[in-house]
Design a protein around this ligand. Structure first.
Ligand SMILES: *Cc1c(COP(=O)(O)O)cnc(C)c1O
Length: 227
């Protein structure tokens, strides 16, 4: 049987090869292990194999898991949709939120971030391929949103996050990721100090790294399929 530790090792090897192919230093890309739907034991197993950053989509599920794993120094990332009535939980229990796509949510996260904690690291989710039913800010709105979010006192704006529609083939995947990269570069060119481009999952992490991703979010290749 392939263990979580084995699968983590395989993902790290995929990442290292993709960085080498793109002539990028391997330490430029962080692995976020997406543990949604898997229990705390699976997270403990991955932690024991050296993984420190974990991503969760469903906020209620995540908060219960975070409490059960409070003995471990895990960095928790919220990567799922954030409704207004869940912002306090995100502001209180997570170090990162990748899925901020409107100002109102960012304002609530800033207001509700507890005093004793460092600023919440935030990425703006962008609907890079214009998928009809998808969350994410339109690319044309992102600069204005980024300026406003960067001014909020209890948030640290770190970058952009995308979830493009699945497409087949490395070149097609890379073309989509390059759109996000171009937007990221254009924001940085305005002086915003962004360091995180959160893109790439199990199926397309190589293409995302080729296009400049600094953080890949990987679930299935580490924990198995979600059934
Ligand atoms: C589930 C999920 C992932 C992980 O996807 P896999 O294909 O299982 O690697 C990454 N990002 C987001 C936003 C997700 O919801």
């Amino acid at each position: 049987m392939t263990t979580i530790a084995d699968k983590l090792q395989q993902v790290r090897q995929r990442m290292a090869r993709a960085c080498a192919d793109a002539q990028r230093p391997a330490d430029e890309v962080t692995l976020l292990a997406v543990s949604k739907t898997f229990g705390p034991e699976a997270v403990r197993e991955a932690f024991a194999a050296g993984q420190r950053a974990f991503g969760e989509n469903y906020i209620q599920e995540a908060v219960e898991k975070i409490a059960l794993l409070a003995d471990l120094p895990i960095e928790w990332h919220c990567i799922g949709p954030i409704q207004s009535n869940k912002t306090r939980l995100v502001a209180t229990h997570f170090q990162w939120a990748h899925s901020v796509d409107r100002l109102k949510i960012a304002q609530r996260l800033s207001e509700q971030r507890p005093e004793g904690l460092p600023p919440l690291s935030v990425c703006l989710q962008v609907n890079i391929d214009g998928g009809a039913n998808k969350s994410g800010a339109a690319p044309g709105e992102v600069l204005d949103l980024a300026r406003k979010v960067a001014a909020l006192p209890r948030l640290a704006l770190r970058g952009l996050m995308t979830i493009p529609e699945p497409v087949e083939g490395f070149e097609a995947q890379k073309a989509l990721h390059l759109k996000a990269r171009a937007l990221f570069d254009s924001l940085r060119a305005t002086g915003l100090p962004l360091d995180t481009l959160s893109m790439g999952m199990t199926a397309d992490l190589e293409a995302a790294i080729a296009a400049g991703s600094t953080l890949v979010r990987v679930g299935t290749a580490i924990f198995g399929s979600r059934g």
